[in-house]
Design a protein around this ligand. Structure first.
Ligand code: ZN
Length: 212
């Protein structure tokens, strides 16, 4: 009798731990596609970015820059050696732009594009294997951007710029989307405040796994 209870308890423990294991998620990246070094020099296109409407006004490049810096520093402040460094534009090949992208990619408010061996794509699974040698992010000029925490963009039309930027910079380091719980990774596939408000520990760990 005692043995049956023990076996039943073991089964119960196994079942109880099973869903947790299934839900365990980890950030993942596109294998064999990464930057060669641990530092990416990038530039903000101040002219184009001043066209973004943020907090109901255009010509707010200073505010846009603050938003981009918040998210860039969030990635930089992780234990990984990897750094996104802002430099002057003269010798820059990696850019953050603003443009009307909804005509070419419907229902998109921002897109990250990576280039490997002269092939550039926003669908990173189509890239060849190799080192990333060029990257871009485009923020849509027809989108209503905000510095405030906006969590229902599909009903309100309001998007938090640093939240969207944080996810796009994740694509820059070759991260894939995650489909687990939103709060576990900034790379959750859909816009969600609990996902986009910070770089999560699984993201940080994966960054260290790739770049040290
Ligand atoms: Zn994405």
């Amino acid at each position: 009798m005692k043995l049956i209870i023990v076996v039943m308890m073991m089964v119960a423990v196994t079942i109880a731990s099973l869903p947790i294991h299934i839900q365990d998620i980890y950030a993942d990246h596109y294998a064999q596609r990464r930057w060669q070094g641990t530092r990416v020099d990038l530039c903000y296109d101040s002219y184009g970015l001043s066209y973004l409407r943020i907090d109901n006004r255009t010509n707010q490049y200073t505010i846009v820059k603050q938003q981009l810096d918040i998210t860039r520093n969030d990635w930089n402040n992780q234990p990984s050696r990897f750094t996104l460094r802002l430099i002057g534009g003269q010798y820059c090949s990696n850019w953050v732009y603003a443009a009307n992208i909804r005509d070419s990619i419907p229902d998109t408010v921002a897109v990250a594009i990576l280039c490997i061996s002269n092939t550039c794509d926003y669908d990173l699974s189509r890239l060849p294997y190799g080192y990333i040698n060029k990257a871009m992010i485009y923020f849509n000029t027809g989108t209503e951007w905000f510095t405030t925490r906006e969590c229902s963009p599909f009903t309100t039309g309001k998007w938090t710029l640093n939240y969207v930027a944080r996810h796009e910079f994740g694509h820059w380091v070759s991260f894939k989307h995650t489909f687990g719980s939103p709060s576990e990774s900034v790379m959750y596939y859909a816009y969600h405040c609990d996902s986009r408000n910070s770089v999560k520990s699984v993201d940080s760990t994966e960054l260290s796994n790739i770049y040290g």
